[in-house]
Design a protein around this ligand. Structure first.
Ligand SMILES: C=CC1=C(C)c2cc3[nH]c(cc4nc(cc5[nH]c(cc1n2)c(C)c5CCC(=O)O)C(CCC(=O)O)=C4C)c(C)c3C=C
Ligand SMILES: [Fe+2]
Ligand SMILES: [Fe+2]
Length: 367
């Protein structure tokens, strides 16, 4: 097998161009068991996601999980599937289109596209297409506000694996996090305030739950900053909303397996609040910038059932930022900061290109 991916011969005078790629986790192609099996196999085989010794994990994954979970998860996906496809995919695609528009309005000449870390369109596929179309500078935007090795770092890993196979590498940058970006937190604040305008303010007997995807607790002990970044996002949001410490709670959802994960867990917290006589819960998931299975099914549906079954009266899931214009403005500014120094605003001067190519010819280089 050749060591490097095939390339077109190098040509002088090819204009340098910039691309931005939004990358989210990935999602199955369809809400059925075979698609779920393919997706979960790829996702859960990543050693960044599950840090159990490989032979033991291989047996658990192939012997148990991939035989049981696909069918169960497919039914859950079916309950949130949109006419255009998986919510995560639909929102990510729309976000890329809107971001392209906002960056264009700011005078940038660049390509904005999207990829998925697991499933399709894959990162190698998208990066190869951008390169074939002439991209020489690529900014990768992992769509995770809070850095985690199991999400952000796997995006960087995948891009680096592609670079390792690439002869003529584009220049590449990565956004690490934006958990405390004022624009992002202001967009979250706006969605909560708008929700309160429609559904009424919280009373002393109501709570705002700020729920993030969980991680094994061990990741915190091993140096992953995710927990602290979630706490900071939650605190900044609560401060902007003028909430007192007893009016809100930061929790962690989506626990997987038997090990201890970051606490407090969302589902038992909802149950306990219902039992304690808390009347209403509003719940927001700031770590998900696009609605997906984990928000629409686990939080909006299962969470409601948990809280109401325990005695709660009113439960509201506040949707993810999705295509919110304040959020897309914030994302535009985050991206612009990371484009600094790349001449994406400079008009490409065809004369200058010609001159460079002509000069190269005169000097005897190949065209
Ligand atoms: C097995 C361990 C898992 C870790 C660690 C993990 C971290 C993690 N995940 C997200 C964001 C998302 N996860 C989603 C789905 C999902 N997550 C896991 C497991 C781990 N996640 C599984 C098995 C699944 C699949 C669904 C299921 O079968 O239950 C999604 C939704 C994808 C979709 O298609 O809608 C997102 C988004 C973060 C941010 C994170 C660590 C911080
Ligand atoms: Fe997950
Ligand atoms: Fe901390």
């Amino acid at each position: 097998m050749p060591r490097f991916l095939p390339e077109l011969p190098h040509k002088h005078g090819t204009p340098a161009t910039t691309a931005v790629v939004l990358v989210n986790l990935g999602t199955p192609d369809a809400p059925d068991a075979p698609s779920l099996k393919r997706y979960l196999r790829q996702f859960l085989s990543d050693p960044r996601v599950v840090e159990i010794p490989r032979p033991i994990w291989w047996l658990i994954l192939h012997g148990i999980i991939l035989n049981i979970r696909p069918k169960k998860s497919a039914a859950k996906y079916a309950s949130v599937w949109m006419p255009e496809g998986s919510p995560l995919r639909v929102h990510t695609e729309r976000q890329a289109k809107l971001l392209a528009g906002y960056l264009g309005e700011q005078g940038h000449h660049l390509t904005v596209t999207w990829a998925m870390r697991y499933g399709s369109p894959s990162m190698p596929e998208v990066l190869a297409r951008l390169k074939a179309n002439g991209a020489t500078r690529i900014l990768i935007v992992p769509m995770y506000p809070q850095y985690a090795a199991s999400t952000t770092a796997t995006v960087v890993d995948e891009a680096c694996r592609w670079l390792l196979q690439t002869r003529n590498q584009p220049e590449m940058r990565f956004i690490r996090n934006f958990h405390d970006d004022p624009g992002y937190v202001a967009a979250l604040e706006k969605t909560v305030r708008q929700h309160w305008q429609s559904h009424g303010q919280l009373t002393a007997n109501d709570r705002l739950i700020i729920s993030f995807h969980g991680l094994p607790k061990r990741s915190l002990d091993l140096g992953d900053p995710y927990f602290c970044e979630c706490q900071k996002t939650g605190r900044l949001l609560a401060e902007r909303l003028n909430l007192q410490p007893e009016q809100y709670k930061i929790c962690f959802q989506s626990r997987f397996g038997k090990a201890e994960w970051l606490q407090p867990y969302t589902a038992p917290t909802l149950h306990a609040l219902g039992k304690e006589g808390i009347g209403r819960v509003d719940i927001i998931c700031p770590g998900f910038v696009a609605d997906c299975l984990e928000t629409l099914e686990e939080i909006a549906q299962e969470g409601r059932d948990d809280f109401l079954a325990a005695g709660g009266k009113e439960y509201h899931y506040i949707p993810a930022l999705n295509e919110d214009n304040r959020w897309l403005h914030a994302l535009t500014h985050i991206v612009e900061r990371h484009l600094a120094g790349w001449p994406s605003k400079a008009a490409i001067d065809p004369k200058a290109q010609e001159t460079t190519a002509g000069l190269a010819m005169k000097l005897g280089a190949h065209a």
